[in-house]
Ligand binder design. Structure first.
Ligand SMILES: [Fe+2]
Length: 316
């Protein structure tokens, strides 16, 4: 009903109403600009080597060759391999939630490899469905389609639609990304970290201080929302949805809080450390040059207006 009445909070259809919602193109778009666009990062040499070796081991030489040809600057990952460490589970442990009277729920720690093509098309190449400490102990599924559609949103083929192992892998990746988004990025990295800032700012600044006045509008209802999250949302709703035990869920939340890199999350630092090459290539496509992105963090009083009308401003 909500979808029918309000197709989108901005414009366009809800993703579930797209006829090709299951396609690689939609999957890639969702991972970059969907619910949780903050976790896609440049692939490390270790991940690139691991995926390339896994492809070779499976006899999928064209995938191995594609990864080798792409090079480190064009390969990106969404890396949830830390999940078992975050919840205190061993490599061989199954991540599961067992509640009397309810179906068992499972969680997985996926790692997704993407290639950013020179024309700006992001394409998923491979997915570790549940990282268990090494590629040898984990299941890695490679995409049979190593290149994206041309054009990007052309109607995908029946072969892509019926590639069930690959669609299962994408489901695993989105399941991992959901718990990471809701419990780490959204709950902890925004709401709970913000609470620390609110308390510290109230203790440190008079209410008419420019910094206080700049920050205060961002705190509208945050403390009361956080209190409700602690009292109800996490213990009565989130815990009953996730595929890990109550103790593991609390450990997951604590891990997100204790490993939060405050300075690394400054917007310029975050953009540069994770996505500079991404924006370099997108900039090549859309007209923004690399110099914009390298200049941006060293000149934080400047604002950068992107051709798609997205304006990033870092001023105070
Ligand atoms: Fe929120």
């Amino acid at each position: 009903m909500l979808i029918q009445l309000h197709p989108d909070v901005m414009r366009g259809d809800d993703i579930g109403l797209k006829s090709d919602w299951w396609s690689d193109a939609r999957f890639a778009q969702q991972q970059f600009t969907g619910a949780n666009p903050t976790t896609i990062t440049q692939a490390s040499t270790e991940w690139i080597r691991a995926f390339k070796d896994a492809a070779a081991k499976q006899g999928y030489s064209s995938a191995s060759d594609t990864i080798a040809a792409a090079g480190s600057k064009s390969l990106f990952v969404q890396d949830c391999s830390y999940f078992r460490a975050a919840v205190g589970a061993g490599d061989a442990d199954v991540l599961i939630s067992r509640t009397p009277g309810a179906d068992d729920r499972y969680e997985c720690a996926s790692v997704t490899l993407f290639e950013l093509n020179p024309d700006g098309k992001l394409h998923p190449l491979a997915i570790v469905i549940d990282w268990k400490g090494s590629m040898e102990k984990s299941v890695v599924i490679f995409n049979k389609r190593l290149q994206p559609h041309d054009p990007f949103y052309a109607e995908p083929t029946e072969a892509e639609k019926n590639d069930w192992p690959w669609r299962y892998a994408k489901t695993c990746a989105q399941t991992s990304d959901w718990i990471r988004h809701e419990m780490a990025i959204h709950l902890v990295h925004t709401h709970l970290v913000e609470e620390v800032i609110i308390v510290a700012a109230n203790r440190s600044f008079p209410s008419d201080h420019p910094v206080f006045r700049l920050l205060e509008p961002h705190w509208f209802r945050t403390l009361s929302l956080n209190a409700a999250a602690r009292d109800t949302l996490v213990p009565d709703i989130i815990i009953d949805l996730v595929g890990i035990s109550n103790t593991q869920a609390m450990s997951f939340i604590n891990y997100a809080f204790t490993t939060f890199d405050f300075c690394g999350k400054y917007i310029p630092n975050d953009l540069v450390s994770h996505l500079l090459e991404f924006f370099t290539i997108l900039g090549h496509v859309s007209g923004v040059t690399r110099s914009n992105w390298t200049t941006f963090p060293s000149n934080p009083t400047k604002s950068l207006t992107l051709p798609n009308r997205c304006c990033l401003r870092w001023q105070c």
